[in-house]
Design a protein around this ligand. Structure first.
Ligand code: FE2
Length: 230
């Protein structure tokens, strides 16, 4: 399998390029608009065919490259069925397999950070979006965030995966790039709570500034990052 973790320094976003083999079909997860040309070049250099680009959720801190990638490459753009983005080729639902030749990727609905948040499960790893971060969890105080739903997504789903499962988040602000479910269970401070009510209290007690890009990024991302989209 080809698995590349790409980084946007401005928003500390990780974008993932996945394909089964050189020359095969490729998927991009959480592409950042400004790096579209870099992704297209890498796809070309690896001899891949970009067939699908997805976002884990509507981001508030950067503009998505979904629309521009679709324009440039003809790939399909997709998000979960709960999303308010109005510009997608298709949607996926909980438990659905993404269509990518040679790689088994299952969409897992993990709301809480937003109500359209998905994770993506591969046999040995999980891409957790902003639901589970390394030593953290995504904030739940805007975009229909819900700390109770996030607790259920974490404790009811993600943390039930095998402990050795690799964890690849959508962001990291501290220079970490990969963890495991077991490591997060033991060392993630947000997960050391007595139960659901304690988690809700912890999340509701956080005082956070709105992301710098939020007022621009959220409306733009509802149009897949295309300024002139309907
Ligand atoms: Fe986010």
């Amino acid at each position: 399998m080809i698995f590349r973790q790409l980084f946007d320094r401005e928003s500390s976003t990780y974008t993932y390029l996945i394909a089964s083999r050189e020359g095969g079909e490729a998927l991009l997860i959480d592409p950042v608009l400004e790096h579209t040309n870099r992704y297209v070049q890498l796809v070309r250099e690896l001899g891949l065919q970009l067939v699908l680009a997805v976002d884990t959720h509507i981001h508030a801190d950067h503009i998505t490259g979904l629309g521009k990638l679709r324009e440039q490459t003809g790939c399909i753009s997709a998000m979960g069925e709960m999303t308010r983005a109005e510009c997608l080729s298709t949607h996926f639902a909980d438990g659905e397999k993404l269509k990518l030749d040679g790689v088994a990727i299952t969409a897992m609905y993990t709301p809480g950070h937003t109500d359209d948040s998905y994770s993506f499960q591969l046999p040995d790893r999980v891409l957790t979006g902003d639901t589970l971060l390394i030593r953290g969890t995504g904030r739940t105080d805007f975009q229909n965030g819900d700390p109770g739903a996030q607790y259920d997504s974490l404790f009811g789903r993600l943390l039930k995966l095998p402990e050795e499962t690799l964890v690849y988040p959508a962001h990291d602000y501290n220079g970490m790039n990969v963890s495991t479910i077991g490591e997060e269970k033991s060392h993630n401070p947000r997960l050391q709570v007595a139960g659901r009510a304690a988690y809700v209290e912890l999340m509701n007690g956080l005082v956070l500034d709105n992301p710098r890009m939020m007022d621009v990024a959220v409306p733009a991302n509802r149009k897949c990052g295309l300024a002139n989209a309907a």
